[in-house]
Design a protein around this ligand. Structure first.
Ligand code: ADP
Ligand code: MG
Length: 290
């Protein structure tokens, strides 16, 4: 495209709430045929709420919540924010905090080792997950909730049920992308059952669930290797490497934090309908002007 056409594209983008970062982003957006959407914070609001606490093994709901919240206070994950919001008053101090991206968090609370996260985290850390707990997790997940396990002192102490809401703009955005002839994929570290429930709600058929943050880039690579031109839409929270691997990265900016480090398109409005707008921007400007 000519410099003038690019300038027009950038200007038109700004009016629509799209920041064009890097001269190649508009050109790349024209060639994309597949749009990969991150689930948490992108398709869903990312503002989660704890809707249930189920203690296991004789602990009280209060004990389970306090131990979990003490650890999560040191984490920035949307689940962590929801857990901490459920507690009033002062939290016990946490030491040896570790964030385990895509799995959960760990720390010591009053000398007790606490894990908060997926069953896979507990298993990897040598905490047994009894069959009854596994069954409870599966039953809750089939209703579209994310289940967070809390382990204290080497055993499961309870389950936290966490809910997120699909953004009101998501289904309409997906319909618009399909109408443009684009393929959509939902990518998430969350479990398959919860992810499918969200995908069904917005009309996405291709779901890649249980993907660790570090593996998200590999999913993009595979799609590219099979001949697709891929745009990745994320909020940049722990999915940082994936957009950089895509042909085009789209970052949703909330408030002042603009997560997209590589070149790409930054969507200034937290409204998924900007995604089809952004992808057709180059067609509408470069396509007609040159
Ligand atoms: P997404 O791909 O949807 O953004 P993440 O990769 O951030 O999901 O996390 C994947 C899963 O790992 C979550 O659904 C949750 O089960 C677990 N998880 C990650 N971080 C935390 C945390 N701080 N507390 C509890 N669970 C967590
Ligand atoms: Mg995420």
């Amino acid at each position: 495209a000519t410099p003038t056409a690019l300038m027009v594209g950038v200007g038109r983008g700004a009016q629509l709430g799209i920041l064009v970062k890097g001269p190649d982003a508009l050109e790349a957006s024209r060639r994309v045929d597949t749009v990969v959407l991150d689930k948490t914070g992108t398709v869903t609001s990312g503002r989660m709420t704890v809707t249930g606490v189920r203690p296991v093994g004789g602990r009280t709901a209060e004990e389970v919540l306090r131990a979990a919240a003490a650890v999560e206070a040191a984490s920035e994950h949307p689940i962590a924010v929801a857990v901490v919001a459920r507690i009033s008053g002062e939290l016990p101090e946490v030491t040896d905090f570790r964030a385990l991206p895509g799995l959960g968090a760990a720390g010591a609370v009053d000398g007790v080792r606490v894990f908060v996260g997926r069953a896979r985290l507990l298993t990897e850390e040598g905490v047994p997950v009894p069959p009854q707990v596994e069954a409870d997790v599966a039953a809750a997940e089939s209703e579209g909730v994310t289940v967070v396990l809390v382990a204290c002192d080497g055993e499961v102490a309870g389950l936290l049920l966490v809910r997120d809401e699909v953004k009101p703009s998501a289904a309409e955005a997906v319909r618009a992308l399909h109408a443009m002839g684009l393929k959509t994929v939902l990518l998430t570290g969350d479990n398959e059952v919860t992810a499918r429930a969200v995908a069904a709600e917005v009309g996405i058929e291709d779901v890649r669930a249980g993907v660790l943050p570090a593996e998200k880039a590999e999913v993009i690579e595979q799609l590219r290797a099979s001949g697709h031109r891929v745009a990745m839409v994320g909020d940049g929270i722990n999915d940082a490497p994936a957009p950089a691997t895509a042909d085009l990265g789209l970052g949703i900016a909330r408030g002042t934090d603009i997560a997209l480090r590589a070149a790409g398109l930054i969507l200034v409005r937290d409204d998924l309908r900007v995604v089809p707008d952004a992808l057709s921007l180059a067609h509408r400007t470069l396509g007609t002007i040159r």
